[in-house]
Design a protein around this ligand. Structure first.
Ligand code: FAD
Length: 354
């Protein structure tokens, strides 16, 4: 019997596990993959919220994890222009960043099981029964509270809403050796259609760069042609991967068709659909929601009131996201230079949150 089982060992799971263990709860973090695990992500610690919460909860990011310190983001709309949003931003491989945070959770007393896939949650007298496949064997465990930090395709969320098919989007990533021959030290976001979506992110990683985003496949050829024009000698990608990147939940949440917590089960981060809509940044929102969920569980473990406390506590975060969604709706109404200005303003606003 655990006081709390946290499902997922990304940033949300790591910080929730750490906070609950620090406050004396018997805490287990489950991760379906072997740790350390890579995540399809630019690995940018982007904006004040993510930077501040990581520093506050884990301390400075060790330099051996930081691949580079970027100067900010260039928004490039070919044929229209570019805008620079200066914001010092460390870039990492998520495998290293997340594992560093998970190890901190372990050091405070959280148990961490990797290769432990949650398959099903069922209500039980004590709270929930979690059915797992761990190291190839089936196993059930009991938890008073569950924090679902299991990403955009959350099993916990699907257990809470078995009859709902929430829409998700997919992201794609490739890694090329060498340089894309753009301004070194800046992350490029390319808008090849002259519209806000789709966009392709180019991030230096090790001695090459990643080429990634949602909806990249149909426009990838166009962006590669732009890079060739800029001086890039095209090579084959050395590897590619992809993932379910986002669950479209905010509209459902606003309409009252989705609630990120019920009884003793609380959803955080991508599992709850909490990302900044303009950038898709979700490390900061994941950390913030996970801390609020952990505090609600600590205060109300075993009483059945954790969900209510969490839903009240996340209102300010939801208010911020609401503003950001309204800003994106306004962005979409623009074209040309005005569109680029509006995107730059929305990026800067999201960086300043926190
Ligand atoms: C292409 C791309 C680029 C991005 N770039 C950035 C960026 O640069 N900066 C940024 O802030 N955000 C970025 N994001 C968003 C960011 O990756 C997520 O918002 C963030 O990882 C959310 O953290 P989380 O802890 O909620 O979930 P995750 O990091 O997704 O962690 C969930 C964990 O749960 C595990 N899991 C899933 N199901 C189960 C199960 N059934 N049982 C056990 N374990 C399970 C998964 O293996 C995973 O380890 C990007 C996203 C994409 C797709």
């Amino acid at each position: 019997m655990y006081d709390v089982v946290v499902v997922g060992a990304g940033p949300g799971g790591a910080v929730a596990g750490k906070r609950c263990a620090e406050r004396g709860l018997r805490t287990l973090v489950l991760e379906k993959r072997r740790l350390p695990r890579e995540k399809v992500c630019s690995g940018l610690v982007l904006g004040r919220l993510a930077g501040n919460l990581i520093a506050q909860e884990f301390g400075p990011i060790p330099e051996e994890i930081v691949l580079r310190h970027m100067d900010g983001i260039v928004l490039w709309m070919p044929g229209i222009g570019e805008r620079r949003v200066a914001w010092p931003t460390p870039i990492t491989w998520r495998k290293d960043l997340d594992y560093w945070m998970v190890q901190a959770a372990q050091a405070t007393g959280a148990e961490v099981w990797d290769d432990a896939l949650l398959r099903k949650i069922t209500p039980s007298e004590a709270g929930s029964t979690l059915s797992l496949r761990r190291d190839g064997a089936e196993q059930d465990i009991e938890a008073r509270c569950v924090i679902g930090a299991d990403g955009a395709y959350s099993t916990v969320r699907r257990g809470m809403y078995p009859d709902e098919e929430f829409v998700t989007s997919a992201a794609y990533r490739e890694w090329y050796p060498g340089s894309p021959h753009l301004d070194d030290g800046w992350v490029y976001v390319v808008f090849p259609m002259g519209e806000y979506r789709p966009n392709v992110w180019l991030c230096p990683k090790d001695d090459g760069f990643t080429f990634e985003g949602a909806g990249v496949k149909p426009v990838g050829g166009r962006v590669r042609a732009l890079l060739r024009d800029a001086g890039w000698t095209e090579t084959a990608p050395q590897w590619r991967d992809g993932c379910v990147s986002r669950a479209i939940l905010f509209e459902h949440l606003e309409a009252g068709r989705f609630t990120p917590a019920r009884g003793n089960i609380l959803l955080v981060g991508d599992a709850a659909g909490f990302q900044f809509p303009i950038s898709g940044e979700g490390i900061g929102t994941s950390l913030e929601s996970a801390l609020l969920a952990a505090d609600a569980v600590v205060a109300h473990s075993g009483t059945g009131a954790a969900a209510e406390a969490y839903l009240a506590a996340i209102e300010p975060l939801l208010g911020t996201l609401r503003e950001c969604y309204a800003e994106v709706a306004a962005v979409r109404a623009q074209t040309g230079e005005a569109l680029l200005d509006a995107i730059a303003a929305a990026f800067l606003h999201s960086f300043e949150v926190g």
